[in-house]
Design a protein around this ligand. Structure first.
Ligand SMILES: Cc1cc2nc3c(=O)[nH]c(=O)nc-3n(C[C@H](O)[C@H](O)[C@H](O)COP(=O)(O)OP(=O)(O)OC[C@H]3O[C@@H](n4cnc5c(N)ncnc54)[C@H](O)[C@@H]3O)c2cc1C
Length: 414
């Protein structure tokens, strides 16, 4: 059986964060020397589309660069055309398709590095659905069982379903913002179907902005787009904005930075749109709050189109123990995010840390006073740094590969 120190499932921006963090602290070579195998379900790097949304970022352009070491492996990219363009945008938002192109270049840099390292590999084109946890982690890929002491889940998140509307027409905000649902949306709008955006999140207002920008011809009457929000819409405030604002009970205040609702509230262009609606300057959108926001009250003929912006839940592969029991990581109430051990950052099962199991990224973010920390700068910052330390600083005797019995897997193909 092939042995690695670390296997990573999913190679999106969050997994990239581990390499950004290692480069930042000068430990990249050390990390590669331990042996890493990455499993990514998309077939090749050309098809990589993480964060390729046709909307402005909710973070300032510089946030995407702030954790990258300026004289490290990504230095040529920072001074290249895309890096220069991002720097020039400074504290302004930037279209996420540009960010996606920059991140793809970073990923290519890491892939090249891994390709030249004998103890590392990236396996493309295999979706990892199940993992065995038996004195480490066994991942079965391309007929070969691979073993590692550590496993990092970086599989991202999928849209939560809108169960009540299952029989109706539902489009995920995520797909809409990528431009993947344009044809069907155009067809539904031509059929004069009402549009309801379900949820009062940042994605909801981004989706509303997207519809107004790319389908403006269809929206002439009053309030053709309705946003259904059961709870009050939250805005993010910088420390200075927070001082001039009357905060509400459920606003999340970061006592270290003074920011309010940082990973929870609307920001950037989505926040501007929300404010225009509140001031009566955007009559094409109506926000329906509280009990009236129930989708059952919206049934009509022709059937409405629901844009599902109710949030995300982590994509969790099945993990089972040597005795066949399922090991389901603990999640927050509502299942939006995994829970982590406050000391080791390892994922939990029934409240106990699962030795060697980490998670990072959307659906696997760290929980702080300001909510789920879902920004790229965070994945590339302290979240990744904590995991890196856990992986590299375990004493050697604990890292020695152990023999693993795995009767369900084929023999190692050497
Ligand atoms: C609409 C939207 C806008 C956002 N805007 C911003 C922003 O402006 N600024 C910001 O900082 N953050 C933003 N985020 C949050 C976050 O930074 C991004 O979602 C980011 O793409 C998350 O990266 P990830 O690696 O966690 O997940 P993903 O990008 O989803 O990557 C996961 C990877 O894992 C692979 N994978 C999944 N399952 C398997 C499996 N079983 N086996 C093998 N491979 C698998 C996938 O193919 C994918 O490549 C936004 C998120 C959304 C949804």
């Amino acid at each position: 059986m092939e042995e690695y120190r670390l296997q990573i499932i999913g190679f999106g921006p969050a997994a990239l964060g581990i390499f950004v963090a290692a480069d930042r602290v000068g430990r990249l070579t050390e990390l590669l020397n331990t042996g890493i195998c990455i499993h990514e379900k998309i077939s090749d790097i050309e098809s990589w589309e993480s964060l390729k949304y046709r909307i402005p970022s909710n973070s300032p352009a510089l946030d995407f660069l702030s954790e990258i070491r300026t004289d490290g492996i990504f230095a040529p990219l920072l001074s290249g055309p895309l890096g220069t363009q991002l720097k020039a945008c400074g504290t302004n938002p930037v279209c996420l398709t540009l960010i996606a192109s920059f991140l793809k270049q970073m990923l290519q840099t890491v892939v090249k590095l891994l390709d030249t390292h004998s103890r590392c590999q990236v396996i493309w084109g295999h979706s990892i659905e199940s993992i065995k946890y038996a004195e480490g982690f066994i991942v079965h890929s391309q007929q070969t069982p691979l073993h590692s002491q550590y496993l990092l889940l970086a599989t991202g998140a999928c849209a939560k379903s809108v169960t009540d509307a299952e029989l109706q027409i539902t489009v995920d905000a995520e797909q809409l913002l990528r431009g993947n649902a344009d044809e069907e949306i155009a067809r539904y709008l031509a059929e004069k179907r009402p549009v309801y955006i379900v949820g009062g999140s940042h994605s909801s207002f981004s989706a509303a902005g997207y519809l107004l920008e790319f389908f403006s011809d269809h929206f002439h009457c009053a309030a053709p787009i309705k946003i259904l929000s059961k709870r009050r819409v939250k805005e993010m405030y910088s420390p200075s904005e927070a001082q001039q604002t009357l905060l509400k009970d459920n606003d999340l205040i970061n006592t270290d930075t003074g920011e309010v609702n940082k990973f929870d509230g609307l920001r950037g262009v989505a926040r501007e749109l929300y404010r225009q609606i509140c001031k009566g300057e955007e009559s094409r959108i109506e926000i329906i709050y509280g009990p009236q926001a129930d989708i059952r009250l919206t049934q009509s003929s022709p059937a409405p189109v629901y844009i599902n912006a109710t949030g995300y839940r982590p994509r969790l592969p099945n993990i089972c123990t040597a005795t066949g029991e399922q090991l389901v990581p603990d999640t927050t109430v509502g299942g939006n995010n995994v829970l982590k051990d406050s000391v080791t950052s390892m994922l939990l099962n029934d409240g106990n840390p699962v030795s060697g199991l980490y998670g990072i990224g959307l659906g696997f973010a760290d929980l702080k006073t300001d909510g789920c920390q879902v920004g790229i700068n965070f994945f590339h910052g302290c979240s990744a740094a904590r995991i890196l330390t856990g992986i590299l600083e375990t004493p050697d005797h604990q890292n020695r590969p152990r023999p693993v019995q795995s009767p369900n897997f084929s023999q190692p193909a050497h």
